[in-house]
Every structure is written in structure tokens, then in C-alpha cells.
Design a protein around this ligand. Sequence first.
Ligand SMILES: *[C@@H]1O[C@H](CO)[C@@H](O)[C@H](O)[C@H]1NC(C)=O
Ligand SMILES: *[C@@H]1O[C@H](CO)[C@@H](O)[C@H](O)[C@H]1NC(C)=O
Ligand SMILES: *[C@@H]1O[C@H](CO)[C@@H](O)[C@H](O)[C@H]1NC(C)=O
Ligand SMILES: *[C@@H]1O[C@H](CO)[C@@H](O)[C@H](O)[C@H]1NC(C)=O
Length: 479
Amino acid sequence: MLSPPRRWIRDQCPSAVTSCVRRGVCSRRHSLWILLILLVVCIAIQMFVARQARNDKLTGLPHLRLTVNKPHLFSTAQNEWEIVHSESSQAVKTDLSRNLTFALPLNKHSQLFYPFFFASHFVEGFNSRSVREFHIMCNHMRFTKSEVAKVMPEDTFYFSILRHPVAMMESIFIYYKSIPAFHKTHSLDSFLDSSWRNYNSSVKNNHYAHNILAFDFGFDNNVAADTEDLEERASMAIAAIERDFHLILISEYFDESMILLKHALCWSLEDVVSFKLNGRSEQTRHPLLPNTAEKIKRWNALDWRIYLHFNTTFWHKMDSLVGQEQMKREVSQLRELQAKLANSCLKDGGAVDPSQIKDAGLKPFQYGAAVIQGYNLNPHIDRQTKIKCQRLITPELQYTDRLYTQQFPELAAKHRQETRMVAPQRQRSDRTGMMGMAWAREAHHRQIIRSKFSNLRNQKASTSAMLTHTEDNNKTSML
Ligand SMILES: *[C@@H]1O[C@H](CO)[C@@H](O)[C@H](O)[C@H]1NC(C)=O
Ligand SMILES: *[C@@H]1O[C@H](CO)[C@@H](O)[C@H](O)[C@H]1NC(C)=O
Ligand SMILES: *[C@@H]1O[C@H](CO)[C@@H](O)[C@H](O)[C@H]1NC(C)=O
Ligand SMILES: *[C@@H]1O[C@H](CO)[C@@H](O)[C@H](O)[C@H]1NC(C)=O
């Protein structure tokens, strides 16, 4: 079996049981940079990790604490996903005032120019050098280690979370029903029964339909189950992921994943508590026929192998870093904490359909045939609690928008002005900016990346690098 680079984890938390106690020690020794890349595999998961320095009153030394503030899911299939955010004792604003910077997409784009291979100049402030250092990167991307490494510091912690390929395919089929591969088929089964006839890998957007997990990690996704070198290609992909990532989590074991993450990073339970965001309403879920799952595993044979491998290593890591008993104890503590938070934060005690969400700032972006749920805030809470709760339930687009505005106030103002010129009508009915964002996201789905290219040119950004990049990746290009 291949052995992953666990250096970071081992050094960081030699004794998992005492991770909270040791947090100060860990942080002082290492610190610094964390990256969350989430790739999702399938998803697009995006997580934010924030670093926040605090005075350690006992020792007088600065002490670093890391927090998952909010994972996000951008687009893709992930919407039935779930992460949610997590919460820290301080507001994001506080984190930002400490100059924690996020590597956000250029021009307020919602993703890091997915599905292109990630390139360092996709990050706002990188080429212009207006940002000295980045601490967190988490918007959806197609992973390219060498480019990410140009942006992020050397001791960045890389992690991702994988979703079961069968559940993912079912979700993608609903959410991305309009892509060419699915367009003509009325059911997932009929797509799978004639997948090679329906699927043309050179048609844009079709990558969503085939081995998207491998695709998002940067590999060639066009691998048939009966390809001679399937096993070899799967091993190579797995080896590359193990080389590049410190930790791979599993979304089917989300709470357990958060516990493992907490131990790997020496965080506290409060740092990883979250509400499920981007959950899909039951009414748009379709139970699969028994042999449909088998067909999906065969069609996505590469993803299936990758998933099985990392499901195994996930549990091995859990055993060595946390232990079964401790894990069970902490999972139930985490659920209690979450129930307590839900009780104080949420008006209806849980997720509701978007039509029932009063505040547009809390309404998640809707796309495809899926109904993406959100939350109403409990009106009877004090201001402090409200801020905390809002951070937990703010949908990804609104949240990223806020981060962008805080980090780049001038660019954000310019952007707002441009949007007003482009879409005056939409903007008029838009008090919270939600429509503007939804529109921007919709635009993304329509692949108006082309106009972004011309924006780049206007800004004298490195267009040539971008074009080279496009040519390099012509197979998966969406232009
Ligand atoms: C954060 O950056 C701003 C300007 O870039 C600077 O004025 C401020 O002092 C910095 N704050 C901290 C805590 O380093
Ligand atoms: C796949 O799509 C490409 C580009 O649109 C087209 O040239 C090619 O003929 C298609 N292949 C098949 C088998 O339909
Ligand atoms: C993942 O691992 C767990 C624990 O070993 C196991 O129970 C589960 O069946 C595995 N999932 C898959 C899809 O193999
Ligand atoms: C891009 O297209 C050119 C010419 O069609 C081809 O030679 C090259 O291999 C392609 N690159 C990739 C990465 O598919």
C-alpha cells in the first residue's frame, strides 16, 4: 500500500487525545498556513479555513487557532452536499482584520475558473501583488498542485473530501440534467445503458457525467471500465493524491470526517460544528434501482477505485489518530453541540425549502431540477448570537461575496458598478445583491468565461498565460 505524506499530521498532533490542550503547542510549532482545497470531488467543495491569532495569556506567546469557517460548495454536483459551515468564536471579520487572506477567484468569479486546470493568476491579488500572502484557498477548482503551490505557502495543509460515486452520479444527473450527455435521456438508467453513445468527451460540460472525481483532481476522466490499464491508472491517480494531500475525508461519514480533521489540525469541537448547507430537498431525490448502482460503479470505474481506496485509508487514519471509542464519543458531542446551535439559531429548527426563506441574503442559489434548501434565522436572539448564527447559515455565494468585499473593497465597488450597467433590471430589484450573485453564477454556468478572458486582457493580466493554459487543456475546455 502506498504511504501518504502524513508528516504534517504526525508532527502536529503526536497525541490526538489531548489535541485541544496541545493546540497552543502545535500552533506555535507549525502554524501557519492552511489550505483547504477542496476539491471535491465531485464536488466542489469549498471550505474556508481561517487562522486566527490570539494571545495566549498563560505564556504570553501568540497562539494560533484554525477554524473551518465555512465550507462551501460551489456549483457542481455538490449541491446535495452538505458541508456546512463551521463556526469559530470570532467573526470572519475579525479573522480578516487579522489579515487572514483568502485566495479568492479573480473578478468575483464564483469558482476558480473551473473546469480549467487551476492557474495561479486566477487568484485575485496574485498577479497584481496586492496581496502579500494567502492563508486559505477553497473555491472550487480543477486541481493542479504546482500552480496552487505558487500561491500558497510551503507548509500549507491540503485536504479534500470525497463523495460516494453512486450518490454523486444520482445528484449530478438531477443538477446537471441540461448537459449534452444527459440531455436526451429521460432517466439515469437509460443514460447508463447507452453511456458511450450519449457521451462525447469532447463536448463541453460533459465532464460532469464521467469520473468527475478524477477530473476534479486533475486526471483524465475518460477511462472505460474495460480499459486494459484501468488498474494502473487508478493506482497512479491514488499515488498522486496521496503525494499532494495530507488528508482525504469521506462525505458519507461527515461528522466522523470533522472529528478526524479536528485531530489532524488540533482544532476544537466548536471549530468543526456546522449545519448542512446546500442540502437537496427530498422531493428531488430519486431512489436508485438495485442494479443502477452497479452500472454507475462500472461507468465511473476510476472514481470508484479512488473512493474505495480513500475510504479505507480514512478509517485507518481514524484508528491511528483518534481511536474508535474516542471517535464515537466526539461524534456524539459534535451532534449535541449542533442540535444546541440549531435550537438557538434556526427559526424552524431545520432546513426549509427556498420559497419559505424570507431573507434573500439567506436564500441559496437554485440551479437545475434540484431544490436546494436553506434556513431562516431565529428572530428572538441577541445581536452577538445572531452574527454567529448568520455565519453558519449564509449560503456560499453570499458568503464569498462578503469575503471578497472585505478583502477588496475597491474592486468590489467597481464590480458592482459594472454589474449595474450590464444588468440594470436585475439590479433594480436587487436589494441584497442576491440576484446579482445568482446572475453571476448563472452566467458562470452558461460559460461566459469568454468575457472574463477579455476582462483579463483589458486588465493587462497575463492573457498569454491564460491562453496557453487553455490550449494545453483543450480537451476539457469549456469555451
Ligand atoms: C492588516 O493590514 C492592514 C493594511 O494592509 C494594516 O494596516 C494592519 O495593520 C494589518 N493588521 C494586522 C493585525 O496586521
Ligand atoms: C464529439 O464531438 C466532437 C466535437 O463536437 C465532434 O467533432 C465529434 O464528431 C463527436 N464525436 C461523436 C462520436 O459524435
Ligand atoms: C467504507 O469503510 C467502512 C469501514 O470499513 C465500511 O463499513 C464501508 O462499507 C466502506 N464503504 C464502501 C463503499 O466500501
Ligand atoms: C490539444 O489539441 C491539439 C491539437 O488538436 C493536440 O495535439 C493536443 O494533444 C491537445 N492537448 C490536449 C491536452 O488534449
